[in-house]
Structure formats: structure tokens, C-alpha cells
Design a protein around this ligand. Structure first.
Ligand code: KG4
Ligand code: ZN
Length: 347
């Protein structure tokens, strides 16, 4: 696709300033600047700090992406940006930057959904998405099962978390175990030296809960169960076996996620499962999903870990699909929509 449209994608919904360049279905470069270290001591992302960091990182990150991709801004055929959901102030920096670029370059603007972008990024990794695809999105802010007939305009929600998101559960449990923020990668690492010896609860998987919430998730009960387990150990003056708790907790999360995702594929007659979002970087989730998909005859697609966590390539990938499929551009007046529903692919 040498003459396919070149799309620059900007992502600022949380704490990573991402700028990706995608030509057609090929990723040219993905530049990321993260403010995660500035938030670590607060144990969570501080919105004002994130917005300020985006402002400072935006221009240098755009310049780096262009330089590394060997293109100039004049080569860009369209600008895509995360219009939502996410932190309002953080989103605003990206949306304002994208509008300015689109206006200055005289190219169309595509305001897109962060969640649909997590699905679309797999196109630059594994080629065109089968239609429909069943997608499971597991990040710090969201856990959803989606039926995706067309990632550029038809994304349907089958279920989502009714309390904490999967990544949020990882981050909170990490805190209980004294591991740094963001906790997901630390639990992943700690769990490698541990054994699954504690039977933590699997929320919404049995009886009436399962009937009422077939494709929904709940992780807050699991988080509480881990806290209580750890507190009981500490009260008894015993050492907390961090690696075993991490492994057992991680097993409970991945068991529920993969079970429901495969059930959704079966019930909707879909032979492909795509997993995206930061938690899709988890090594146990990737291994278990592969095993269970192989057993079920389902093709599994998970991008490399660096494309699972927030990045600009995912936004450029979805923007490029919008252009290739001739979807209408967004108005230059679009707002940053912090609570953009997952079913709205574009603004
Ligand atoms: O998609 P993402 O980068 O940002 C959001 O849109 O939320 O996801 C961040 C989340 C954090 O909660 C982080 O702890 C989790 O993804 N995460 C992981 C791993 N890497 C990142 N969770 C489990 N295992 C990992 N290896
Ligand atoms: Zn995300």
C-alpha cells in the first residue's frame, strides 16, 4: 500500500502522550511519552498532572514520530485523535492539537473512540479484522465484551464490568501487596515466582448472577477477598506470600475473563477473539486465552504488549480504517467527550 493514505493518530486519554503514523494498514512509527512516573507516588493518575505533561510532550512527540517514520507533516493525509472516553483535561490537549494540525495542514479530522482504537490496533499487527470479531477490552478504565461487525461504525456491547475494571483490580491488589503503581506489570512479574494456591472468588460466574450478568464482569469482590486474606495473615503476625497471592489473584481474573469471552464467541457464532487494552499485556491472560481458544477452535488475536497499553498507533490504525472505508470526517468543532459510549466509534 505505497500510496495508501498516511494517518497521524494522537492519543491523550490518560497518562500516555501517543503519536502514531499508519499508512493504510502498516505501522510506520509509534512514539510515546509517558507521565506515569509523575503519578506513581500518588498511587494513581492525577488528571491535572497528566494534562500538563501532555501539553509539554505533544510537539516533541509529533516531531519524533515524523522523524522516525521518515515523513513530514506535509505527507499526512488525515489526522485522527482520541475524542473519548478518558480524562477530560487530558483529552482536550489531544483534541485541540489534532484540530490545529488538521486545520493547518488542510486535511480531514477523525475524532475516534479510545476503546474501538484498542480493537483496531490489531489490524497493523495481524492484518484486516474478520467481520464480525468478538473483542474483549481490558484496561485500567474498562472491561467489556464487544461484538464488532465493523470497527469503523458498528461496535455492540455484550457486557462490561459492573464495578472495577480489570486493570483497576490489578492496580488495587498491587497496592495491598505493597507493589508500585501501575500494579499490573508488577503482579504479572511477582506471579511468575508464585503458585496458584488460594481459591479466590470468580464474580458473576455462577447461578443467578451468571444468568443476570452473562457477559458482565465484577472484580470488586475479588479485590476485597484479597485484602481480607492479606489482612488476616498480617493480623496473625505471619508473612504475606506475595508471589502466591499475586498468582492466585491473577488466575481468578484471567479465568473469568477467558471463560466469558469464549462463551460469548460460542453463543454469537464468532470464530475470532481479539483481546486489547493494557491488561491484554498480561502474560498469564495471553497464555490461558491461547490454550482455551485452541481447545475451542477459536482464532485468538492479541497485539504485542506495547500495542495493548495506550499508544498513538491504535488511534492512527482506526483513523486509517475510517479513511479507507470512506467514513465521514468529524467536524472541527467536536468536543472532548470524557464519557463517550463504547458504541460511538467516531465523534
Ligand atoms: O489500556 P491502558 O494502558 O490504559 C487505559 O486505557 O486504562 O491500561 C492500563 C492498565 C493498568 O491498570 C495496568 O495495571 C494494566 O493495564 N496492565 C497490566 C499489565 N500491563 C498493564 N495488567 C496486568 N498485567 C500486565 N502485564
Ligand atoms: Zn486504553
Amino acid at each position: 500500500m505505497a500510496d495508501a493514505p498516511l494517518v497521524l493518530g494522537i492519543e491523550t486519554s490518560c497518562d500516555e502522550t501517543g503519536v502514531g503514523l499508519v499508512r493504510g494498514e502498516t505501522l510506520l512509527f509509534d512514539a510515546i511519552a509517558s507521565s506515569v512516573d509523575e503519578h506513581a507516588r500518588f498511587g494513581g493518575v492525577v488528571p491535572e498532572v497528566a494534562s500538563r505533561a501532555h501539553l509539554e510532550a505533544m510537539v516533541p512527540t509529533i516531531e519524533r514520530a515524523c522523524r522516525e517514520a521518515g515523513v513530514t507533516l506535509r505527507d499526512v493525509d488525515a489526522v485522527a485523535v482520541t475524542a473519548g472516553p478518558g480524562l477530560a483535561g487530558a483529552l482536550m490537549v489531544g483534541v485541540a492539537s489534532a484540530k490545529a494540525l488538521a486545520l493547518a495542514l488542510g486535511v480531514p479530522l477523525h475524532g475516534v473512540n479510545h476503546l474501538a482504537s484498542h480493537v483496531a490496533v490489531d489490524i497493523v499487527e495481524h492484518g484486516p479484522l474478520p467481520e464480525p470479531t468478538l473483542a474483549m477490552l481490558v484496561s485500567g478504565g474498562h472491561s467489556s465484551l464487544l461484538l464488532v461487525p465493523d470497527v469503523t461504525h458498528d461496535v455492540r456491547s455484550l457486557g462490561s464490568t459492573i464495578d472495577d475494571a480489570a486493570g483497576e483490580a490489578f492496580d488495587k491488589v498491587a497496592r495491598v501487596l505493597g507493589l508500585p503503581f501501575p500494579g499490573g506489570p508488577h503482579i504479572d512479574r511477582a506471579a511468575r515466582d508464585g503458585a496458584v494456591v488460594i481459591d479466590f472468588p470468580r464474580g458473576l460466574t455462577t447461578g443467578r448472577d451468571m444468568e443476570r450478568h452473562r457477559f458482565d464482569f465484577s472484580f470488586s469482590g475479588l479485590k476485597t477477598a484479597v485484602s481480607r486474606w492479606v489482612a488476616a495473615r498480617e493480623a496473625a503476625g505471619e508473612a504475606v506470600p506475595v508471589a502466591d497471592v499475586a498468582a492466585s489473584f491473577q488466575e481468578a481474573v484471567t479465568d473469568v475473563l477467558t471463560r466469558k469471552a469464549i462463551l460469548a464467541c460460542r453463543e454469537h457464532g464468532v470464530g475470532h477473539l481479539q483481546i486489547g487494552g493494557g491488561v491484554a499485556a498480561n502474560s498469564r491472560l495471553r497464555a490461558m486465552a491461547q490454550e482455551r481458544c485452541d481447545d475451542a477452535g477459536i482464532e485468538l488475536r492479541v497485539p504485542r504488549p506495547g500495542l495493548c497499553t495506550d499508544n498513538g498507533a491504535m488511534v492512527a490504525a482506526l483513523g486509517a480504517q475510517m479513511v479507507l472505508k470512506g467514513r465521514p470526517a468529524s467536524d472541527l468543532g467536536i468536543p472532548a467527550d470524557s464519557s463517550m459510549p463504547v458504541t460511538d466509534v467516531s465523534a
